[in-house]
Design a binder for this molecule. Sequence first.
Ligand code: DND
Ligand code: ATP
Ligand code: GLN
Length: 547
Amino acid sequence: MKIALAQINPTIGDLEGNVRRIREAHEQAASAGAEWVVFSELALSGYPPKDLLNKADFLLQNRRALDALVTTLKGPVAVLGHVGQNNGPTGKRLTNAASVFQNGSVLCRADKLLLPDYDVFDESRYFDAGDCVQLVDWHGLKVGITVCEDIWNYAGFYDHDHYRRHPVEELAKAGMQALINVSASPYRTGRARTRQELGRHIVKETGVPLVLVNQVGGNDDLVFDGHSFALDVQGTVIAQAKGFEEDLVTVDLKTGQGVVHAVAGTEEEELFHALVLGVRDYLHKCGYAKAVVGLSGGIDSAVVAVLAVHALGADNVQGVSMPSYYTAPESVTDAEKLAANLGMIYSLVPIRKLFDTYKNTLAPLLGEGPESVTEENIQARIRGNILMAVSNKTGSMVLSTGNKSEMAVGYCTLYGDMAGGLAVISDVPKMKVYQLARWINREREIIPSYILERPPTAELRPNQTDQDSLPPYEVLDPILEGYIERHLSPQQLVEKGYDVQLVREIIQKVDNNEYKRKQGAPGLRVTSKAFGSGRRLPIAQRYRPGN
Ligand SMILES: Nc1ncnc2c1ncn2[C@@H]1O[C@H](COP(=O)(O)OP(=O)(O)OC[C@H]2O[C@@H]([n+]3cccc(C(=O)O)c3)[C@H](O)[C@@H]2O)[C@@H](O)[C@H]1O
Ligand SMILES: Nc1ncnc2c1ncn2[C@@H]1O[C@H](COP(=O)(O)OP(=O)(O)OP(=O)(O)O)[C@@H](O)[C@H]1O
Ligand SMILES: NC(=O)CC[C@H](N)C(=O)O
């Protein structure tokens, strides 16, 4: 049985474009001699379609597109993820389905049995779970068809431990001889490895080969890394699609002969590709080709500029240096050097005069007295305003540069440096930003070395450094990771050796700044818990953790 793993990058709601991609991949697979072509979860609509599923016309378009594919695709069997719609009084709403069809006949439709509702997933808001597992008989070979989460609850291996069903075990009991899984499993650090570990666990326990086809591409905050694969019964990788790009690989389940691409180097390399794909797809899928970013001469904007240039091309990225009174000369020269190294567009717009005008204009309102956070924020907001003006005039999108550590504690200005369409590194803690920068510079200096060496500073008042307001990032980041990603209590953090007062202060800052993050641009999710759709907290609330 020769199978093609069709790893396509669908755009949510672009039925026409997605159908075209599906047809092209099907043709390519047929030319490569495949008998089956497997696509990813909800490949037809793109994953996740969210409340589009509440629109009758969207569902109609989906149904028509599916019908057209079922009736017109000739040749190999297709396994396609799509919205399951039920004609007649079945009592069901929609399902998250994978249909198996060939030359006009539907051989089976597997409705997803386990609907994830944790973190960024919200599936039972839209879908009903399927009733039973599905096996297709292919010339005597019983092939189990599953949809993503269906395989993530198997013999002690799970993402979420509240499901009562174990679809893989049910399939094994029903005599399954090969397992297919259509997935939309988003990237986070190490995820591709975890997926394969799960796969190896399944094939070893069940004794059947596994083919898993994952979506690739960015859809809003989520980045799908692809990395589709097939494993034989020993757990050997017999097909491996590339990471972070469309791909089609074939494998013969009988002989174990398949295309195996080398994947994933270091964690930093993977993160870099995930962020580049996230930026490219967010902008392109929103209809933007160009981006603009404020270049402060600091590490965050430098890394964002590098990512943007890789995602969009140097000619499509503009960096703007906007020095104020407190900007060190090196900040401007380094911004210029960085732009030159990247070959991107560079502009210099000093903001001193604008800042003076603001202060003079506001003096009657704000009174005399020393400068404070108010003036710090005015500078950040002048810069945000300038970047948005460039965006409006040139049709580019502003990329905001705040990292996860700052977003966590609110060390950022609303409508200032938080202005922008996409928060590129808002799920990357500051220490990781440095790691990424060192990886970027691994062969030659792209980010000027002084940017990596200087103490981090917002340069919004004389001689300011981040450490005037925050503990060193080496201390801050692990506390944030414990609190946000691992849900540790203050007491558990203290038991890890952190100062009790410090832990309390940091947690309070995180909790108090929910309002800022709610108003911030969407950010690319690259960890197990990002700010955004997977972390929903009330804003006006008074809960404080006990011990
Ligand atoms: N619950 C709530 N719901 C909605 N809005 C709420 C709110 N609580 C306060 N607010 C509003 O938010 C305002 C305070 O927020 P905001 O104006 O942003 O300013 P704020 O948080 O007071 O100050 C920003 C801090 O970030 C630092 N910063 C700025 C820029 C860049 C960097 C960097 O290193 O990258 C650091 C800056 O030095 C300063 O210490 C309040 O005046 C109020 O208007
Ligand atoms: N002088 C400047 N010129 C252009 N943009 C600036 C300037 N200062 C700040 N910005 C913009 O505001 C963002 C917030 O930067 P700031 O220097 O306040 O703190 P940061 O978090 O340390 O960021 P970075 O590491 O990029 O400096 C910057 O990333 C940049 O996009
Ligand atoms: N689409 C899904 O069912 C995704 C859930 C799955 N456990 C994952 O993240 O890989």
